[in-house]
Design a protein around this ligand. Structure first.
Ligand SMILES: NC(=O)c1ccc[n+]([C@@H]2O[C@H](COP(=O)([O-])OP(=O)(O)OC[C@H]3O[C@@H](n4cnc5c(N)ncnc54)[C@H](O)[C@@H]3O)[C@@H](O)[C@H]2O)c1
Length: 272
């Protein structure tokens, strides 16, 4: 361990269970000397095992629905009080599509579901930054990271309306990141992560085929949740102070591949 986050204070959204990417980030942040507050939707508190993580990392848990300004405002006020000062890092690790969950095909969306999924998965990032910015709750040279997926740029048919939500999320990182950088010297980035076996990931139809394909297609193979946590820690650390407004691919090279030997092997004898 490198003490990369020694003395830093943070808020980590989205640790549901030990498979969650946010869970691994919390474990790594703790190892690197950070103190932080954990938060998740009130319903996730009952479904998941977040208290176990809180105990392990000496953290407090504050429930907040990421679509509620009231909950988020309370979360930020309480966090600065508990942590004894302004915030240095924030992880937004939140995603949910009701269309995916309820099996609605993209070409036949239920727009109430679309609205709700958009609010949870994309607009929540704006809400969180709006409150952090206006409350002046971030320290200078702080770092805000949200997790995203490459379906924001390329077609992955079963990713459904989450593709649109991720495109919006990445755009918010740039738009808000400008003002946060200009006015508060805070950086804002998104990490575009490989398919990862978590509750949210496994909810995508055909996930097993999808993750195997990405594994074969990537120069280095898929990035794991633990590796994503390492990368996130680097972005929270002082070693990446001038990295901002970026969508950073953390995918073993998948995003720049055309085809790989491993994938070609499956097709060479197809017509024979
Ligand atoms: N798993 C993958 O394949 C993959 C790939 C790329 C990006 N991501 C992104 O990583 C992030 C974390 O997902 P994960 O894979 O760790 O899965 P996960 O299911 O463990 O995490 C998703 C979290 O979102 C939370 N959430 C849902 N609705 C909420 C609300 N209203 N308010 C607050 N929190 C709410 C859930 O409780 C859960 O903790 C998501 O943004 C996801 O889209 C995942």
């Amino acid at each position: 361990m490198y003490n990369l986050l020694k003395g830093k204070k943070g808020i980590i959204f989205g640790a549901l269970d030990s498979n969650s990417i946010a869970w691994k980030v919390a474990e790594r942040a703790h190892e690197e000397g950070a103190t932080f507050v954990l938060t998740n939707a009130p319903i996730a508190m009952r479904m998941g095992t977040i208290n176990e993580l809180a105990e392990k990392t000496g953290s407090q848990v504050i429930p907040a629905d990421a679509t509620s300004m009231e909950d988020l405002s309370n979360l930020i006020d309480q966090s600065t009080e508990i942590l004894g000062g302004k915030i240095d890092f924030v992880l937004h690790s939140i995603g949910m599509s009701l269309n995916v969950r309820k099996g609605k095909h993209y070409t036949d969306s239920n727009y109430d579901f679309t609205h709700k999924g958009f609010d949870i998965s994309a607009l929540s990032f704006h809400r969180v930054m709006n409150l952090l910015y206006n409350k002046k709750a971030m320290n200078e040279w702080g770092s805000i990271v949200a997790l995203t997926y490459m379906a924001a740029q390329r077609v992955f048919p079963d990713y459904n309306d989450m593709a649109d939500n991720k495109a919006y999320l990445e755009s918010i990182a740039r738009s808000f990141g400008y003002f946060f950088g200009r006015d508060h010297k805070v950086r804002v980035n998104t990490i575009s992560q490989s398919p990862t076996p978590t509750t949210a990931g496994s909810g995508v139809k055909g996930f097993d085929g999808f993750i195997n394909y990405a594994e074969k297609m990537s120069a280095l193979g898929n990035a794991t949740a633990a590796e994503c946590a390492d990368y996130t820690i680097s972005l929270f650390s002082d070693l990446t102070k001038k990295v901002t407004l970026q969508n950073l691919f953390h995918d073993g090279g998948f995003s720049n591949m055309g085809v790989s030997d491993g994938v070609m092997e499956k097709f060479v004898n197809e017509d024979a």
